[in-house]
Ligand binder design. Sequence first.
Ligand code: UDP
Length: 381
Amino acid sequence: MKVLMVGAGLSCAVIGRKLAEAGMAVTIIDSRSHIGGNCYTERDADTGVMVHIYGPHIFHTDDEEVWNYVNAFTTFKPYQNRVKTTSQGQVFSLPINLHTINQYYRKTMNPTEARAFIEEIADKTIEDPQTFEDQALRFVGRDFYEAFFKGYTEKQWGCSPRDLPASILKRLPVRFNYDDNYFFHKFQGMPEEGYTPMIEAILDHPGIEVKLETTYEPQMAEGYDHIFYSGPLDGFFDFRLGRLGYRTLDFERFADQGDYQGCAVMNYGDRDVPYTRITEHKHFAPWESHEGTVCYREFSRSCEPDDIPYYPIRQVEEKALLGEYVALAEATGGVTFVGRLGTYRYLDMDVTIREALDTAQAFLSAAETGAEMPAFVKSPL
Ligand code: UDP
């Protein structure tokens, strides 16, 4: 079997590796000059700091098989993401926890008191929150919504939180203790030398050939038994039904000496600060020490045709268009769409790997039985 894979990010690397191990011939192409997609990391030549070139990536998962998988290819160091936010002239701890609640309201409540207090200030008239705003008002009340979420979300998504689904906020917990770990997953860490060597190691198999600076064109499919496509779903079809909406990010990079902000991620909740957050990359590798420092000011905006797509918007209009592209993809045959861009979903790295492992398994089973491989192993709808 000969397989062509488009995109040298996590999805195709993981699927390609499994197929190569099963004896298939895998060719992976990528239009960029490097592997790793948006997980790509690179050491800054001047300071020695490991930079997450396309923005911060923190590995966290509850999936033990996925955790074992990544650890088989690289050494992970312990890392816990602790995010701060600057809002209304103060610095607070995120996700909202007992420290945030006590600091904001200048109180000394214990967990039970804080729980009762938040329940008191929350908007209980909202029974089944559908929008981001309702979810926030129902679970943390108007003060926190306005201090931490409203302005940030308007900047991040370019629309009112009333027009966004509750699911976006559900990514963030509220804690009635002093645990300020941003993620609540069982496993969390950072690859010691960044993500690039990890993905390089996954791709390092005699059955895998990687061709960089190679943009997919339909005639390339000739001679291959199947295609895995991790580029944008609408791009595969030449945007013939229209463009699926994305947010893109601009990073304003600056270097300095010493410690710029004392933490890896500082969010900015106020609407009048134009950026959403500043990341200071050396704090993603607390086991290293550097005199210099590299920071990114992060700005979010609507993604234009020449920009890098980051966050699929998935509002009502995009969902309708997505449905049409899904139907088109399902009618096509010979190609399976994978990953964040291929399935138009906002996927964390661990979910991407889990789905890639499942996709590889589905393909191997289909190859064995002669069944047809579907366009999507995980439906984007
Ligand atoms: N969010 C916010 N304020 C913050 C952090 C997050 O309003 O300080 C909102 C924002 O809309 C974001 C969502 O919560 O898209 C999910 O947050 P997460 O940290 O998971 O964002 P992501 O990983 O998507 O950048």
